[in-house]
Design a protein around this ligand. Structure first.
Ligand code: 3HC
Ligand code: NAI
Length: 678
């Protein structure tokens, strides 16, 4: 986006000076903006004819925060904390006029102002914690003083914004403006308060809370905060606001902010912030390419995935026609969709009329021909090439010209599927993750013949249904599942060599994963793939499946589960492992946690390097996005390729070679050149 000539301009309205920022796209508080605001405040101070100041933004939003691209670079004065302070210390009232999202540093600028007026659709928040940080321009000290300690903990500790209406109730906003009359209302407000003395400054207020509030907040969010440094730092700073004088509180905040800013967690989380946005860009395709309109979606298969995938479109207001083979499967599938929506409504996260609206957009049918008017058709039938080819062959005759035909296959070759149609240019993979209505990742698989506008339309649709989309090439398992393979393979081998499921899982959970490989198998189903030939007992998984240890669904898998689904190690499983180990002639030994990391995580990095070499992913950061949003890789470790950079390619190569793995040439190259993936 073109930058305007000057990002900050001023306008006089009688005795009110309006400072206007125009720094697209989100009015981030970069150096030029800070310098300009500072100048505006000084201009007002020096001019006796000015009685009050309004700060507002042009474009889609009030300041959405500090400029994250400046982090890690030499600071340019005035720093944001100093700017906020100079606004607050102004001897003339300053009013923030807020629309869009006043986030992070933007919220802090508003807190430095003496009054805040906002349109009802505006949002206030301090999302720094999501970047591994805390509001470092006085936010942790001012928020509890103006909005109460409890809300300050919520806002800073969790990072989710609140609407202006709620901010008004909490005292964070003084007045709501008309949705279309913010500027005039703000100037009128300034006129009303220009002579009010003393000027209300948040720093002069006190914040009080019962000491147990902090412990209660920590405990209530222990699971969410596990492994992260920033939530605790935010809590400590808010606590400091209740104990220390304002200036000392600011010093404490600064120290904590600096620690986080130069730590690896924040670097990882900032990397993901940009990686997620970069993933949407497709190399070699113009961003303004004409897209195909997607007004109606067809879904084939109402099983586990078909139902969840449909919900994404229904929730976004896009009608879906869903096809099954038999009435009972269709009824079951649509029944589960309704049940899921109703469960969301029961939790208060959806209104009953929204449930009906979504369900009203769903047309169940047994007739594939009913998909003739759909713009996008997604297939989620059984994972079998012959079945998929048959479905696509039929679709080719039914779908209207220009319709996009997508497969949700987990592993199968999209080019082969596309070849069963006369229009391979319209075919691609849309690989959703289970549960498809919840998981944010979508791998968009680009076939050899997929047309550019088909790919670009898929990326755009992904955004509309609020997925994070990553382009993948055609290979076995695409990006995510392909990298899962060596990890699962090594985990099984490690069992035979003496590690236990709990030891391996613990290493992964301690690393920050939501669960380890065996917990994941138990959740997904140990029996996946086994039913095709139940007489086959070739490995530990088959042996478990054969005795009904199918995972959580049968109360036992690699672990035994109690009625609350708490796992405990199983002697029966250990015996099966020991028997297989004995048969294979493996000698059991003590396995170190380090070896588990090297064999299950370094091997993933190695596969990631191969994926990059083969150009199956556009960039290393796309691989990171896949693992963060598809598999719960801890965001504070930035994804496998970012983590590899932290570990050092050299160390990873040595670790892999120690165990006899063939190392990807790209990884070797990085090690030799001390290079990075990201
Ligand atoms: N700094 C620099 N660039 C930013 C930015 C920021 N704070 N926020 C957004 N951008 C960029 C994005 O990278 C993107 O760039 P691109 O077009 O080149 O990819 C562009 O602005 C548009 O962003 P989105 O695609 O995210 O636009 P949306 O409309 O979907 O969302 C938003 C807008 C809600 C403001 C979202 O961008 C957002 O959440 N931004 C980050 C807000 C944030 O974290 N603020 C706190 C910053 S840290 C801080 O303030 C520290 C202080 O306490 C000292
Ligand atoms: P599922 O077995 O739950 O559902 C498949 C449904 O398709 C069944 O209800 C079946 O009756 C229906 N079906 C089969 N042939 C049909 C046809 N010709 N016409 C209409 N309906 C037909 O399977 P699931 O788990 O939903 O998987 C579907 C696809 O999604 C597979 O390709 C799978 O690999 C993929 N996938 C699965 C994930 C998972 O975690 N389950 C994750 C990501 C992708």
């Amino acid at each position: 986006m073109e930058k305007p000539m000057s990002v900050i301009t001023t306008e006089r309205h009688g005795d009110i000076l309006v400072i206007i920022s125009n720094n697209p796209p989100v009015n981030a508080l970069g150096a030029e903006v800070r310098i300009g605001i500072d100048k505006g405040i000084k201009e007002a101070a020096a001019d006796d004819s000015i009685k009050a100041v309004v700060i507002r933004c042009d474009g889609r939003t009030f300041f959405a925060g500090a400029d994250i691209t400046e982090f890690g670079k030499p600071p340019v004065e005035p720093w944001l904390p100093a700017l906020v302070e100079s606004i607050e210390l102004s001897e003339k009232p300053v009013i923030a006029a807020v629309h869009g999202t006043a986030l992070g540093g933007g919220c802090e600028v508003a807190l430095g102002c003496h009054y805040r007026i906002a349109v009802p659709s505006a949002q206030f928040g301090t999302p720094e914690v999501k970047l591994g940080l805390l509001p470092g321009a006085g936010g942790t000290q001012r928020l509890p003083r103006v909005a109460g300690v409890e809300l300050a903990l919520e806002l800073t500790g969790k990072g989710d914004p609140i609407p202006a209406t709620k901010a008004k109730e909490a005292g964070l906003v003084d007045r709501l403006a008309g949705e279309d009359s913010l500027v005039a209302d703000a100037i009128a407000f300034a006129g009303e308060v220009k002579d009010v003395r003393p000027i209300p400054r948040i720093r002069d207020k006190t914040a009080t809370a019962s000491p147990e509030l902090f412990e209660t907040f920590r405990k209530a969010n222990a699971k969410r905060f596990r492994g992260f440094d920033a939530p605790e730092a935010n809590i400590k700073c808010v606590e400091a606001a209740t104990k220390l004088p304002f200036a000392e509180g600011l010093d404490f905040e600064r120290q904590e902010f600096t620690k986080l800013m130069f730590g690896t967690q924040s670097a990882a989380m900032r990397h993901i912030f940009f990686a997620e946005r970069k993933a949407a860009k497709i190399d070699g395709i113009a961003p303004d390419i004409a897209l195909r309109p997607i007004r109606k979606v067809g879904m084939i298969g109402a099983g586990t995935m078909g139902g969840g995938i449909s919900m994404n479109f229904l929730s976004a207001g896009i009608p879906v026609t869903i096809v099954e083979m038999k009435q009972d499967a269709l009824d079951r599938g649509t029944g589960i969709i309704r049940k899921n929506y109703e469960a969301t409504a029961a939790k208060g996260r959806m209104k009953p009329e929204q449930v009906e609206k979504a369900m009203g957009l769903l047309t169940p049918t047994l007739n594939l021909e009913d998909l003739a008017d759909c713009d996008l058709i997604i297939e989620a039938v059984f994972e079998n090439m012959d079945v998929k080819k048959e479905v696509f062959g039929k679709l080719d005759k039914i779908a209207k010209p220009g319709a996009i035909l997508a497969s949700n296959t987990s592993y199968l070759n999209i080019d082969e599927i596309a070849a069963s149609t006369s229009r391979p240019q319209d075919v691609l993979g849309l690989h959703f993750f289970s549960p498809a209505n919840v998981m944010k990742l979508l791998e968009v698989v680009r076939g050899a013949k997929t047309a550019d506008d088909v790919l670009a339309t898929a990326m755009d649709v992904a955004k509309k249904i609020r997925k994070v989309a990553v382009v993948a090439g055609v290979c076995d398992g695409f990006i995510g599942n392909r990298m899962l393979k060596p990890r699962q393979f090594e985990a099984m081998k490690l069992l035979m060599e003496g590690a236990t499921p709990s030891q391996i899982d613990k290493v992964h959970v301690d690393f920050g994963m939501p669960m380890g490989p065996f917990q994941m198998s138990d959740l997904a189903g140990v029996d996946i793939g086994w039913h095709r030939d139940p007489t086959r007992i070739e490995n530990i998984r088959d042996a478990l499946a054969a005795i009904g240890r199918w995972g959580q669904k049968t109360g036992k898998g690699f672990y035994d589960y109690d009625e609350k689904r708490n796992p405990s190690p199983s002697a029966e499983v250990q015996k099966i492992i020991d028997d297989f180990a004995a048969k294979s002639g493996a000698t059991k030994r003590e396995i170190s946690d380090e070896e588990i990391i090297e064999r299950t995580l370094y091997t993933m990095v190695n596969e990631g390097a191969l994926i990059l070499e083969e150009e199956m992913a556009q960039r290393a950061s796309d691989i990171d996005v896949v693992w963060i949003y598809g598999y719960g890789w801890p965001i504070y470790r930035g994804g496998p390729m970012f983590w590899a950079d932290l570990e050092g390619a050299d160390k990873i190569v040595k670790g892999l070679e120690k165990h006899g793995f063939e190392v990807a040439p790209l990884l070797k190259e990085k090690a030799a050149a001390k290079g990075r993936f990201n």
